[in-house]
Design a protein around this ligand. Structure first.
Ligand code: GLA
Length: 604
């Protein structure tokens, strides 16, 4: 699908050969860059830094947009001037992390969503990374991106090679909107390899925020029955179905069904399927609790410094995935469940960062290979599971969106965007995520109010509007709802089924800046139908109604707004815009749907 250029360089002194790989994806203006280092000499060589790419901007005034965050608040937008010195966006957590996303944009200060130059750099990597920007004494700017050298080193024996992850570059001279579209198209067409990536996604109901760890088979079936009545396609059983796992302090690693709690898994799945839904399951394959049979039998399989107690996070330890024996074991356990049962969806979680980087399986002079080898172990398991079960929809997750990157999207076409399901907060998280990642990759659910993360109360319609900018679903206990609420959810699901193709497979545009504007608005456009969704955060008294300008329409095309029946030209919608609703209330949701009229209606 790409044109490729390899440039071979040889360092005579060290006898190292470096091949620079460039692949061009013309239709989305993307260049992928990586390198292979080969030891052609007769002595081992230690690689201390292996960046995937480096880019020189020369003399120009640049700003950097990056996406920082924390658990429940991932990919917060920040735009800062590039100043003299070195700025680093990075992770040392052996995951791409909540704290920084491995993707950065450079732009001129005058560049907007729709005009001006901007450059995007995204790493296809799920481990520790560093994107370093240096503005030197002459104000020249150089950016380098790759595996974080602080937690990396690699011993190359004579004849061996090391391959870096790929860095993905794109450029737009039509502003940020075009740049994002380039990345969305690239990820959907060239990164996601799941055959399900471009299919419509099932509307799911996940039991996590409905029950947490406290459930029985009966309770699950009760929730599922209600879900089925409302039109849900897929029921997901989250954490707590295996081993002895009634809290986050125990059970991880014991991937056997807890029959005392949920009975026979096959019978539960049959019960769900009889209700007309598919069934999905949560796993966290990289982790282990000390209170588990796996830990008791294999204490040597966890990541831990010799002679020191391990650092716990969420009470759990990390399995040493740099050790192929551990990956083989976990593959056998998880694949046995997937082989034995009719499972349509798997949520692969990862709920802590790595620390104590040490492995018993490598000699002293290879210890700093461990972090990268861990990521390769994760990819190996992901590869084996997704190859054996291509019909299963895999969703990645890491305490919400702590591993939202193109490396995971290669194996799993969607990722749980954040554990924060608050509608207002979500519009900001999804805004930040949208600069690089397509809507179809973002898991988004309607949850209960008061919201479990913020305590905020928003209407069901507000929550659904926010969640429809992703792979739509619910994460609540529908049995507690009254008939009116159930009817509304039923309508929402039917509506999403109707418009999902435009949402998931159309082009996406940001229509506001939710950090600056008093509302968040966004647009989906599949050429035939244009949908504007949004939430007005705050209603000030007696304020003028705000116009929202649509983007990237055909100027002369006529569009009919479906509720009012009014017809507008693309030019009018892009330059005059449509007015935000005037209704009272904070966090007020809105929707406009425009159908493109046949050509004979078009005007010049
Ligand atoms: C993480 C996930 C949640 C849920 C819990 C279960 O926090 O992000 O969605 O699956 O783990 O423990």
């Amino acid at each position: 699908e790409s044109e490729n250029l390899n440039i071979t360089l040889m360092d005579e002194t060290s006898q190292l050969e470096v091949v620079l790989h460039y692949s061009t994806f013309e239709e989305c203006d993307v260049i992928a860059r990586s390198m292979t280092i080969t030891n052609k000499g007769d002595q081992p060589v230690f690689i201390e830094t292996a960046d995937s790419a480096s880019l020189d901007f020369g003399l120009q005034d640049l700003e950097m947009i990056h996406f920082y965050g924390r658990h429940n608040m991932e990919r917060e937008y920040q735009c800062v001037p590039v100043t003299n010195g070195i700025t680093e966006i990075s992770s040392k957590r052996t995951s791409s992390s909540h704290q920084h996303n491995p993707a950065v944009i450079f732009k001129n200060p005058t560049t907007t969503e729709t005009s001006g130059n901007c450059w995007g750099i995204m790493l296809m990597y799920s481990g520790s990374f560093a994107i370093r920007t240096e503005k030197d004494q002459h104000n020249q700017i150089r950016v380098s991106a790759g595996i974080n050298p602080d937690t990396f080193e690699w011993k190359l024996e004579p004849g061996q090679s090391f391959q870096t992850p790929e860095a993905i570059f794109s450029f737009s001279n039509q502003g940020l909107s075009r740049l994002s579209k380039n990345f969305h198209q690239f990820i959907r067409d060239h990164v996601m390899r799941s055959p399900l990536a471009k299919k419509n996604k099932p509307v799911l109901l996940n039991n996590w925020e409905a029950t947490y760890f406290t459930f029985t088979k009966e309770k699950l079936l009760e929730i599922a029955k209600s879900a089925a009545e409302m039109g849900i396609d897929l029921f997901v059983l989250d954490d707590g179905w295996f081993g002895k796992r009634d809290s986050d302090m125990e059970g991880l690693g014991d991937w056997d069904v807890n029959k005392e709690k949920i009975g026979d898994l096959g019978e539960l799945i049959d019960g769900i399927k009889k209700l007309g839904m598919q069934f999905g399951l949560w796993i966290e394959p990289e982790m282990v609790s000390e209170d588990s049979d796996l830990y008791r039998n294999h204490p040597d399989w966890v990541i831990q410094m010799p002679n020191r107690s391990p650092i716990r996070n969420r009470y759990q330890l990390v399995l040493d995935f740099s050790n192929p024996e551990v990956v083989d074991y976990i593959f056998e356990k998880i694949s046995a469940i997937l082989r034995a049962h009719d499972i349509s969806y798997v949520k692969w979680d990862m709920n802590r960062s790595l620390s104590d980087l040490y492995t018993k399986t490598l000699p002293a002079d290879r210890q700093k290979e461990m972090a990268h080898r861990y990521v390769l172990g994760v990819y190996d398991l992901a590869n084996r599971l997704t190859e054996e079960f291509p019909e299963i929809l895999f969703e990645a997750c890491s305490g919400g969106g702590g591993r939202f990157d193109a490396g995971m999207l290669y194996y799993m076409p969607q990722i749980w965007t954040s554990d924060d399901t608050d509608a207002k907060e979500r519009t900001k998280i999804q805004f930040g995520t949208s600069f690089f990642y397509p809507v179809s990759s973002m898991g988004a659910h309607v949850s209960a109010v008061p919201n479990h993360q913020t305590g905020r109360i928003t209407s069901l319609q507000t929550r659904a509007t926010a969640a429809m900018a992703g792979t739509f679903g619910y994460e609540l206990d529908p049995t507690s709802f009254d008939q009116e609420e159930k009817d509304l959810i039923k309508e929402q699901i039917a509506h999403f089924h109707d418009i999902q193709n435009t949402i998931l497979n159309g082009e996406y545009d940001r229509l506001s800046h939710p950090y600056k504007d008093s509302y968040s608005a966004w647009q989906f456009n599949d050429g035939k139908r244009v949908i504007v969704h949004g939430i007005r955060y705050e209603k000030r008294p007696n304020s003028l109604r705000q116009p929202i300008e649509l983007r990237n329409l055909n100027e002369d095309q006529m569009y009919k707004e479906t509720k009012s029946g009014m017809v507008f030209s693309g030019k009018a919608l892009m330059n005059g815009g449509i007015l935000l609703p005037g209704e009272l209330g904070d966090n007020y949701p809105f929707e406009f749907i425009f159908e493109a009229l046949p050509e004979k209606n078009n005007q010049n």
